[in-house]
Design a binder for this molecule. Structure first.
Ligand SMILES: [Zn+2]
Length: 247
């Protein structure tokens, strides 16, 4: 049952046939782990908090730097030097005090990640490097936890959804088998803020759709966003039977 306060807060959801009170209850029971509280994680966490996802675990071991403010819209100049997850937890509490937030302020080893995955329904990978994405993917495959991956660099964005646990699900490693590829990141190649924001926002949208039970258009798909033309390209990700992670 939703409280009176929740009915007021989430009334725009309740008006939607695709969400309604039943969908809002599912959001309230949702448990999502968001790894990375940078340019992707900022909008993803804020939108999921605002939407009433009842339990968020946010992970990042960084403190805020001045150059983060160009795209990491959860933070303010006065916050420089402080822990991102603590800042985000406070920010979320201001937006929506009706949900629970737990922070992880260390760089997770695979073993800790495995433990965390037992307590959530869904993971959003909002990290900024290939090594982290491969580790998170492998852990989600093993734990059979669905994974929504975002990435952005320069004017280009990437979005993927792997429903790990589903027999046909491909994985991030099927798509990028060479872990040494792609050492580019925002710090060494640059990025335009709204492209990161677009991808992080769409990770939140896909998460909400998944939790309320709406179909996703991007399962086993790679969506590439061109921030200059605003065109999207879609590629099917074929499960690699020889994949060393999911095969
Ligand atoms: Zn695979």
């Amino acid at each position: 049952m939703l409280t009176e306060s929740e009915i007021l807060r989430y009334s725009p959801h309740l008006l939607l046939d695709d969400v309604g009170e039943a969908g809002q209850e599912k959001l309230k029971n949702g448990k999502v782990l968001i790894i990375g509280m940078g340019g992707l994680g900022s909008p993803a966490a804020l939108y999921l908090a605002a939407a009433g996802v009842g339990s968020l675990v946010i992970a990042d071991f960084d403190t805020l730097e001045k150059s983060n403010l160009q795209r990491q819209i959860g933070y303010q100049t006065a916050d420089i030097g402080a822990s991102k997850v603590e800042l985000m937890k406070n920010r979320i509490a201001q937006i929506n005090p009706e949900i629970r937030v737990r922070t992880i302020n260390v760089e997770m080893e695979a073993s800790q990640l495995q433990m965390e995955l037992m307590m959530v329904n869904l993971v959003l990978d909002c990290t900024d490097n290939m090594a982290s994405r491969q580790m998170i993917n492998a852990a989600c495959v093993q734990a059979r936890v669905p994974l929504i991956v975002g990435a952005a660099i320069r004017f280009e964005g990437q979005l993927m959804f792997f429903e790990h646990g589903h027999p046909d699900a491909a994985c991030y490693h099927c798509l990028f088998p060479d872990q040494k590829e792609q050492t580019l990141n925002c710090s060494n190649s640059g990025v335009i803020g709204p492209v990161v924001g677009t991808i992080g926002t769409l990770q939140a949208l896909e998460a909400i759709k998944y939790i309320v039970g709406l179909p996703s258009g991007i399962k086993n798909r790679l969506k590439l966003f061109d921030g200059k033309s605003l065109d999207w390209q879609t590629f099917k990700i074929t499960k690699d039977p020889q994949c060393s992670v999911c095969g």
